[in-house]
Design a protein around this ligand. Structure first.
Ligand code: FAD
Length: 488
């Protein structure tokens, strides 16, 4: 009693996790309230993440491609860039997708409540109404009474505390706003997000420096894959500072003066028009009064869940970035479906649905740089570190008719198969990596092969269309199996 809204399931947060959970729960017949503080659904991914970055990366990739065309006999000349129009393109892409989500919510009769949600107890959420493009509170609030809750409140960019407040120092959201085209840009943090944004700005004319505490860029991917990307992208960078910390910065009229220090204590300094902080993301777990519902939150702000995405409180689930790494949209979506199905199963007395579990063997990663770097499952570096015996099938794209025709044969496709004695030479695929154009579009096949428990013969004997880049997966399997007799 006393609640303004009653529902079966309340979903807190309208990102890929939240809207996927809300839609699945509604499709299964539940009454669903979806709470989002911003004016649009889609969360980080649609509004300030995956989608806008890819809208800009697509344009950058076309520009880079066109610049190579002169060697092939067609010269388009130097490009002129209208930044306002480019920003407009990105905004249109976002609007189309977030508008689509609104329509889908309506179609499913999901009640979307705009406002900032915090728990009152294990059955009630308070929503303080927000307005405008940001999240100013209007003072009005609503109480939602729920049977089940799914927390999908996501994450926020980490801010280095010692950096001054200045328009020229941005996080990924600020970089995606594309306020202008700097001449000299610093990327703090050499992970996927930093390198993707660096690619865009560099193609638009910026010279790049990157500073990374670890001993290599794009951590997580095998070093041999990254090497190919790095060679192709060396021209963008003035300075790649590895094993180096950013220790201070000051805003001056000439630019942002940044101080660095290597792990050995060697100091240096640089002057930049734009500084992008891309040093990771922190979960929003501490900002939702989870304790009032009894939901445990870790020191770092994560919410621990079991394989059914259930928190320590039986009627409350959590999904997406807020439950841990990897912070990726496709992981959030799959976790969302599990949480919604378990909640629906329990509320509707459907024993099969109630048993749903998150049991993905692998979650693919993609850097949408040029070339793209994609990997899934066990990496070669992990296999080495963990002493796992693998048989490797490596297919260089210098032998791919399609890659050569495209003028882009720098890539390769690598598959790793179980080579333990128990596998008797017919080991299943454990992982794979691709560096090259469209690597991200191809990695799903390797993920499927891993999920299906395929071996090298299964993959090698699957007929791939010729001439395609995807063919390289079949060829890599044949090489691993030792049955590769010719190359396309
Ligand atoms: P989020 O998308 O963070 O959504 C959470 C939502 O909850 C937000 O809309 C927020 O406003 C809302 N919210 C939070 N607290 C409250 C509250 N108390 N009340 C009301 N609403 C609240 N992932 C990929 O898979 N591929 C990519 O290419 C990719 N590119 C990226 C590029 C960038 C620049 C960034 C920053 C991220 C990228 N990611 C990418 C990561 C991806 O965006 C996230 O993994 C994904 O958005 C997580 O989804 P989520 O639903 O858990 O949370």
């Amino acid at each position: 009693g006393g609640a303004d809204l009653e529902c079966d399931v309340v979903v807190l947060g309208g990102g890929p996790g939240g809207y996927s959970a809300a839609f699945r729960a509604a499709d299964l017949g539940l009454k669903v309230v979806l709470v989002e503080r911003y004016a649009t659904l889609g969360g980080v991914c649609l509004n300030v993440g995956c989608i806008p970055s890819k809208a800009l990366l697509h344009v950058a990739a076309v520009m880079d491609e066109v610049s190579h065309m002169a060697d092939l006999g067609v010269d388009f000349g130097a490009p002129t860039v209208n930044v306002d129009k480019l920003r407009g393109h990105k905004e249109k892409v976002i609007a189309k997708l977030t508008g689509g989500l609104n329509a889908m919510a309506k179609m499913r009769k999901v009640t979307v409540v705009r406002g900032y949600g915090t728990f009152l107890d294990p059955q009630h959420l308070q929503v303080e109404e927000t307005t405008g493009t940001a999240q100013e509170k209007t003072g009005a609030s609503k109480t939602v009474r729920f049977k089940k809750a799914i927390i999908a409140a996501g994450s926020a960019a980490v801010r280095l505390p010692f950096l001054p407040n200045d328009d020229r120092i941005v996080d990924s959201t600020g970089a995606l706003a594309l306020a202008g085209t700097p001449k000299k840009m610093l990327i703090i943090g050499g992970g996927i997000i930093g390198l993707e944004m660096g690619t865009v700005y560099s193609t638009l004319g910026a010279r790049l420096d990157v500073v990374e505490m670890l001993d290599g860029l794009m951590q997580g991917a095998d070093r041999d894959l990254v090497k190919v990307w790095q060679k192709m992208n060396a021209h963008r960078f003035d300075n790649i500072m590895l094993k180096t910390k950013t220790v201070g910065a000051e805003a001056t009229p000439q630019g942002i003066k940044v101080q660095f220090e290597t792990l050995e204590g060697v100091k240096s300094e640089g002057l930049y028009d734009l500084v992008l902080q891309a040093v990771g993301r922190t979960p929003n777990g501490k900002k939702i009064a989870a304790d009032k519902a009894g939901v445990a939150v870790t020191d770092r702000g994560f919410i621990n869940v079991d394989v059914q995405m259930r928190t320590n409180v039986p009627n409350i689930f959590a999904i997406g970035d807020i439950v841990g790494q990897p912070m990726l949209a496709h992981k959030a979506v799959h976790e969302a479906h599990v949480a919604a199905e378990v909640a629906a199963g329990e509320l509707l007395g459907d024993a099969k649905l109630a048993k749903a579990q998150f049991d993905a063997r692998v979650i693919p990663s993609v850097a949408y740089t040029d070339p793209e770097v994609a990997w899934v499952g066990l990496t070669e570096d992990q296999a080495k570190a963990q002493g796992i015996k693998v048989k490797k099938g490596l297919f260089p794209w210098t032998a791919s008719g399609r890659a050569i025709a495209n003028g882009r044969d720098e890539g390769y496709t690598k598959l790793l198969f179980d080579d333990s004695p128990e596998a008797h030479g017919h080991g299943k695929i454990l992982g794979g990596g691709i560096v090259g154009t469209h690597a991200g579009d191809m990695i799903g096949e390797i993920a499927l092969a891993i999920e299906m428990g395929a071996d090298a013969v299964d993959i090698g004997k699957t007929i791939h269309p010729h001439p395609t880049l995807g063919e390289s997966i079949g060829m890599a399997a044949e090489i691993a199996h030792g049955s590769c007799t010719d190359v396309p």
